[in-house]
Write a protein that binds this ligand. Sequence first.
Ligand code: GLA
Length: 358
Amino acid sequence: MNILTTPAENVPGNRIIAAGYINTQQLWICELYHAGIRVQICNYGATIMSVILPDRNGVPLNIVAGFSLPQHYLGVHPYFGSTVGRFANRIANARFEIDGKVYQLSANEPPNHLHGGVQGLDKKVWRIESRYADADRTAITLGYDSPDGEEGYPGNVNLSVTYTLTANKELQVSYTAVTDKSTILNLTNHSYFNLSGFSSDTIAGHTLQVLAEAYAAKEAGGIPTGEILPVAGTSLDFRQPRIIGEVLGDFPADRGLDHYWLLQGAAGELLPMATLADASSGICMQVHTNQPGCQIYTANFWDGTITGEQGVRYNKHGAIAIETQNIPDAPNHAHFPSALLEPGDVYSAVTSFRFSYL
Ligand code: GLA
């Protein structure tokens, strides 16, 4: 199936494309289409497989890293489009405490815990909870019940993620969750964007603006030190739009950007976080979130060994992930926003990616 040849539809809708089995569980793709944009979601990892929209000349481009078939996601890849959790990014020494009780998580990036562990949410088969379309939007909701003790996390946690495509060219990703025991939660989507549709094999020429005054300082290994420092006067100052390539060389240990920026404003409100733009395609993407900030990662360890849906090799700095979430290792820093989820609470994280043209 060549996803780029399916005719663009302007009536909002969605359809399931059955795709195969993993053991006895069916893998499928759901395609949402609206306002000239098509988004393909796979139930393995509740993954965003593709986001296809026309460039400024009407040529359709798939602007996210991924594969053309769900089965390909079972192999090794760096979280292409994945739903990441239960705790996105790192937890130091794979341990945290709640009310004096220590929980030991899987240390899948020894000695730390990364992106939910060995079999995180990115490797679970999610179920379809509902599909929806009206004149303004089309949506799909997926669900997964994470059992008590999975990857070391306490509590049976019922998770859902809804992907919605709206009339104003916006892809919303919205998570809800409840638990039966005090636990921690920090969900994100790990899509990697290259707004040229990977016709350029680096995002060094993209423009990025990040509406953050501060970042979370970290030590080698990517664990926050606990210090929140001003971006002013550093290579992380993206308060005005900047060409990403200007700073990629400034972080030799990380080989590029792999940092957490904090949003200012009331927690819980949907606020503008970042804007990414590519002059060649003319595509611009604005990110809003109700999360405390985002981790931005410029695919620093991509090495050309994976060929993606676009038929090109994914090379170093081939794309950029804007992972809206709580601060890494938040459970081990009392002054960071709380990641606690208690029985009776409803976790709610919302991020939107809005597309327009330069
Ligand atoms: C995040 C992390 C990176 C890396 C990638 C996955 O962005 O911050 O350090 O682990 O995910 O490859």
